[in-house]
Design a binder for this molecule. Structure first.
Ligand SMILES: [Zn+2]
Ligand SMILES: [Zn+2]
Length: 94
């Protein structure tokens, strides 16, 4: 029996099946399929993404938003840590 992996790929946005003729991309974060129409990906972008090797990463809209939030959070945290280290230095000097 073949492994029960991705039996059928459905678009995460419209929940419809992604056929072999459909233009769709896989998000590298959630690893879900998305029709380019559902994600409003320009045809030029789609051509570029599919022409190049798979080292090019594509993020769906929701993951792009999430990763940006995460990035902001991370910079905030590292900033806070820097401040904390400065504070610690102040008190540890001497
Ligand atoms: Zn769709
Ligand atoms: Zn995604």
């Amino acid at each position: 029996m073949p492994p029960k992996k991705s039996n059928r790929n459905n678009c995460e946005d419209c929940k419809k099946e992604v056929g072999s003729d459909d233009k769709a991309l896989v998000c590298c974060v959630c690893e879900k399929w998305h029709h380019i129409n559902c994600q409003h990906v320009p045809m030029d972008d789609y051509k570029f993404l599919t022409k190049s090797d798979d080292s090019i990463q594509w993020y769906c809209k929701s993951c792009r938003g999430a990763s940006q939030k995460l990035l902001k959070m991370l910079t905030l945290v590292s900033k806070r840590q820097d401040q904390l280290e400065e504070e610690v230095k102040k008190y540890t000097v001497d």
